[in-house]
Structure formats: C-alpha cells, structure tokens
Design a protein around this ligand. Structure first.
Ligand code: HEM
Length: 298
C-alpha cells in the first residue's frame, strides 16, 4: 500500500500556514509538480515542521493520469442551498500546508518555499492558523472529538489499495468566517442545540439530537467518516475556522456540504447562521511515493 503524506496525521502541531498557489501563465503543470515534489522540510528532530503538498485534481491528473482518482475535480462552481446559503468556489492550482511547533520555523520555511516557486507559481491565498484553547474552535466547542482514531483514520481519509490514486487523499480546504458577536448572544443551550453537543468537556452528544444541529447535518454514520484538522484563523476584526477535511473520496465531503446548506431542500445546518464560507477548494494530496516519483522522473 502506498503511504500517505505523514503530515496529514501529525497531530500536536500548533502553528499552521496554508499557501494556495496559481500556476504562472506559460508554465507547464509538470514543471510545477516536479518542483513542489522536490521540496523538503528541514531535517530537525525537535522544532521541525511538516509539509503536506496537494494539487488541483485536474492539474495532477494531467501530469500523472495513472495515479489520479477517476473523475475527481476541483471546487469549480459555487454550491447553493436553501435560505440563501452559498458556498463559494475559490479553487487554486496547488496547496502547501506547513505545520510546526512554533510559527518562526513555519514562517521561514513558507517564505523560502514561496521564493523557490516564484518563477512557476504565484501565491494566491495565504492563511495562518492557530489553535484555540487546545481543541476548541472559535465557537468555544471541542472540534474533532468524533474524528476517527489515528489507527483507523487512514482507512477513512486515504484512497484504498488498488484504486487509482492509492495512498492519496482528497482535501477540502475552506475558510469559514464567524459572526462571534451573534453566536455569543445566544444562550448556551441554543449554542449547544446548534452544534449538537454539550459545550463543556467531554462534549457529550445531545439526546434527542436536533435535526438542524451541525452534528446531525454531518453525521458520519450517514455520510461516511472523514479526518478533520481544523484550526482557527484571523484577527479581532475577521476570524473563523479553517476547515481542513481529508477523505478517501470527494463524495463524502460534498454530501456533508450539501447537507449543511440544505441543498436537499429540507433544512440548513443551524451553525451556518453564525458562520459562512468565504473560500472553498478541493486538492488531491498524492501518496508520498507518487510525489517522490515526480521529483525523480519529471
Ligand atoms: C465553521 C465551520 C465549522 C465548525 C466551527 C465546525 C465545528 C464542529 C464541531 C464543534 C463539531 C462537534 C465535535 C466533533 O465531533 O468534532 C463538529 C463535528 C463535525 N463536523 Fe464540523 N465544523 C465546521 C464545518 C464543517 C464542515 C464544512 C464539515 C464537512 C464538510 C464538517 C464536518 C463535521 C463532521 C463530519 C463532524 C462529526 C459529526 C459526527 O458526530 O459524526 N464540519 N464540527
């Protein structure tokens, strides 16, 4: 089985940068893939950083057709739901997620990489992420509690053995801007009903579960499991959640998004009354071996 990129599962990192890149006009996609595949994190045991590299699915398929999941496409059109809910499409050509124990190492590596790639790609969107009180997101609730444990995560988040793109993963990357003032004006029991869990540790699930709660609208028993690595972003004026979701296919992620915006015509996720997506892109994160092969054989 081809091994997934390690950084997807490297928990415990507290500084994050996501660089979304666009191919410069006239540059061959294969040339960008080769250069990005050759990027390496600094060789350090302590205070090191992880690098996760992904590509717009169509770009990767053009360069490595045999190693691309069939029919996988980018976030090429906005998704519309009921009650005016809209998920924007802001697809770019490539992504780098750099994560480490401290922002100095992440910053230096990100800077070096952007300058190394400068002749081939432009930096289209840069998101800096930070943890909010360990496992909370900016709603004040524990985020990731229903993630599959690491021993099972690859089964859900990685393309299985024998399938095109084996060892790779589909990444959904979105920025969700929060209206924290409106959220905090809700009494705690209404916030709990919107999420579907109790606020305080261990964040027990509500019973009965409101059908419009976020947990009900993204129920993994219904849609299949995914592996989330969300963190907070922003400053006092604009802030929110960076949704970083890995899946073995795009179907699960699409189904969750459609359920959140009520695209099936039933109801929308109550959480989306207090947060809205401002970006959205899908990337294919190839297996380590597939990436290494690109660096070795352009
Ligand atoms: C502002 C954006 C978001 C916030 C603040 C947020 C927050 C949360 C929180 C607090 C939970 C409950 C604890 C947990 O199980 O981890 C949760 C569950 C979950 N969320 Fe989100 N989420 C956001 C967006 C999304 C999106 C866009 C997706 C999918 C595309 C998603 C998928 C899930 C899944 C699968 C679960 C677990 C559901 C289950 O219990 O089976 N979330 N989220």
């Amino acid at each position: 089985m081809a091994a997934p990129q390690n950084g997807i599962f490297a928990l415990g990192t507290t500084s994050h940068t996501y660089l979304e890149l666009d191919l410069r006009p006239g540059v061959r996609p294969a040339s960008l893939v080769r250069t990005m595949a050759a990027l390496r994190e600094p060789r350090r045991t302590m205070g090191g950083v992880n690098l996760v590299t992904g590509f717009r699915p169509e770009l990767w398929a053009a360069v490595q057709p045999a190693d691309a999941p069939r029919g996988l496409t980018g976030f090429n059109a906005p998704r519309a739901g009921i009650d005016g809910k809209l998920l924007p499409a802001t697809q770019h050509d490539a992504v780098l997620w750099i994560a480490g124990a401290a922002y100095d190492a992440v910053f230096d590596l990100a800077r070096g990489i952007v300058s190394e790639l400068a002749s081939k790609a432009t930096l289209a969107n840069e998101i800096v992420g930070w943890p909010y009180h360990a496992d909370l997101d900016l709603t004040g609730f524990i985020d990731g509690i229903e993630n599959p444990p690491l021993a099972e995560a690859a089964q859900e988040a990685v393309v299985p053995h024998g399938q095109p793109g084996e060892g790779g993963s589909v990444l959904l990357l979105q920025m969700w801007e929060h209206d924290r003032g409106a959220w905090e004006s809700l009494p705690v029991h209404e916030r709990e009903a919107a999420i579907g869990r109790r606020r305080h540790s261990p964040g027990a699930e509500l019973d009965p579960q409101p059908t419009s709660s976020h947990v009900a609208r993204t129920n993994q028993d219904t849609f299949g499991a995914i592996f989330r690595r969300n963190v907070a972003y922003g400053n006092l004026t604009n802030h929110g959640t960076i949704f970083v979701g890995f899946s073995r296919d795009r179907v699960r992620l699409d189904a969750m998004l459609d359920s959140m915006i009520g695209a099936d015509g039933t109801e929308h996720d109550r959480l989306t009354d207090f947060t809205h997506a401002i970006t959205g892109a899908y990337y294919f994160v190839p297996a380590s071996e597939a990436l290494a092969a690109c660096a070795a054989h352009p």
